[in-house]
Ligand binder design. Structure first.
Ligand code: ARG
Length: 454
């Protein structure tokens, strides 16, 4: 590929080791868009005639069409997407093609392409997040009044509702969206014109190039612009955290769909059988989502580590940013899509939920609150109820079955009305504060989400 300085051809092993076109071909639309904007600026700067620009434009468009149709031959000898397209352009249109690289380098070119790629994938991911949020809100709506135990340490803690549980994920996904929107601001800055490291003596109109490509502005330091990949790390972090959220949702569904919990049933279309055990119905989508989260973390770590020892500015190590980046976006988009579909078909088993939530121990804290209302300091109240739980265990009865007389053996503060605490409706009604699983609060939050998500 290189003529001039070199008297030996690049070794085959080196070509195979260093080529990136086998994956960075995916940048072709962005690469072509960048080249077009660059060429237009070259024309305005008098570096290209109108005819030459027209040839370049036509050539690039025909190359794009061929790639779109899968009819483009990618040559690994030409290393990357940039060289493949540029050399094909020159082959198709002749001398004008050879002028295109004036005032740019692959260093600012690849930074531009990957920023455009991130921008468009962020936009797709935002849409996919909204779709999953909508699905969760619909499910929350459908099962708004179904109560379940909430868990801490995977031990039954306090009663909540299916809606409250699902809406917790809607909140998480909302912050995931906000993070991506914020990250997009730093992604959407144009590095073109930074050249290899120090700009160019051929000064093109950077603002015009930036505007044509839909960037919000231009980078202000040519060395920073081509050396840093912080915008990629940010994307990978946002994606890794989406993975964390989806993985926790997956884990909940794995538990809920087990015979032990039985809170939900996943559709046959979103589960798989066992090759050996005929009765099995496995939540593979959830397991894969949980498993794939590992690689999202791995990709984030890989790029962070690749960056840490690099002197300014461009080093070939930076080529290692692409596979993790592409794979993380692809993985998250797939995960969001399949999870939205799976959640649409997920059914809640109301009987099993009702049975589980009828456990009066879920309201032990409410009994302590009752004592607090009667003037007992919380620490003492906590101890009294702890004793009541132990008493019920000794007596082989439910906490709610202890009589006021029995409770008064523990503390005289227990009145005859103490057992009213075990009325679930009342327990939910009393939790009136914002953020609690109270019916009205949930209804309001559902309204809020419907309004926001449409
Ligand atoms: N394929 C290269 C990358 O992804 C493009 C930039 C190459 N620049 C260079 N000076 N070798 O980073």
């Amino acid at each position: 590929m290189w003529t001039g300085r070199f008297s030996q051809a690049t070794a085959d092993r080196v070509l195979r080791y260093s080529e990136s076109v086998s994956y960075d071909w995916q940048l072709y639309r962005h690469d072509i868009a960048g080249s077009l904007a660059h060429a237009r600026a070259q024309m305005h700067a008098g570096l290209l005639t109108q005819e030459e620009f027209a040839d370049i434009e036509k050539g690039l468009r025909s190359i794009q069409e061929d790639i779109d149709k899968g009819q483009f031959h990618w040559d690994t000898k030409l290393e990357d997407v940039h060289m493949n397209i540029e050399s094909e352009l020159t082959r198709r249109i002749g001398p004008a093609g050879a002028k295109l690289h004036a005032a740019r380098s692959r260093n600012d070119q690849v930074a531009t392409d990957s920023r455009l790629y991130c921008r468009s994938m962020i936009d797709e991911t935002l849409q996919a997040l909204i779709t999953l949020q909508r699905t969760l809100v619909q499910k929350a709506d459908r099962y708004a009044s179904v109560r379940i135990p909430g868990y801490t340490h995977l031990q039954r803690a306090q009663p909540v509702t299916v809606a409250h549980h699902l809406l917790a994920y809607v909140e998480m996904l909302q912050r995931d969206r906000e993070r991506l929107v914020d990250c997009r601001k730093r992604v959407n800055v144009c590095p073109l014109g930074s050249g290899a490291i120090a700009g160019s003596t051929l000064n093109l109109d950077r603002e015009a190039i930036s505007a044509e490509l839909g960037f919000d502005g231009i980078t202000q330091n040519s060395m920073d612009a081509i050396a840093d990949r912080d915008y990629i790390v940010e994307c990978l972090f946002c994606l890794a955290l989406i993975g964390a959220h989806l993985s926790r949702l997956s884990e909940d569904l794995i538990l809920w769909s087990s015979a032990e919990f039985g809170f939900c049933t996943l559709s046959d279309a979103h589960t798989t059988g066992s090759s050996l055990m005929p009765q099995k119905k496995n939540p593979d989508v959830c397991e894969l989502t949980r498993g794939k989260t590992g690689r999202l973390y791995g990709h984030l770590t890989a790029v962070l580590v690749a960056l840490k020892g690099l002197p300014l500015t461009y080093n070939r190590d930076l080529q290692e940013d692409k596979e993790p980046l592409f794979d993380s976006f692809d993985t998250v988009l797939q995960a969001l899509g399949v999870n939205a579909e799976m959640m649409t078909d997920m059914r809640i088993n109301e009987d099993r939920c009702a049975a589980a939530v009828s456990d009066p121990l879920l309201l032990a804290t409410d009994l302590a609150d009752y004592l607090v209302r009667r003037g007992i300091p919380f620490r003492q109240a906590h101890e009294c109820v702890g004793k009541a739980v132990a008493m019920a265990e000794r007596e082989h009865c439910l906490l709610s079955e202890l009589t006021p007389t029995q409770l008064r053996l523990i503390s005289p503060a227990f009145g005859d009305d103490a057992t009213e605490v075990f009325n679930l409706d009342r327990a939910f009604d009393l939790r009136t504060n914002a953020g609690a699983p109270n019916e009205h609060r949930t209804a309001n939050r559902l309204k809020y989400w419907h309004g926001l998500l449409g």
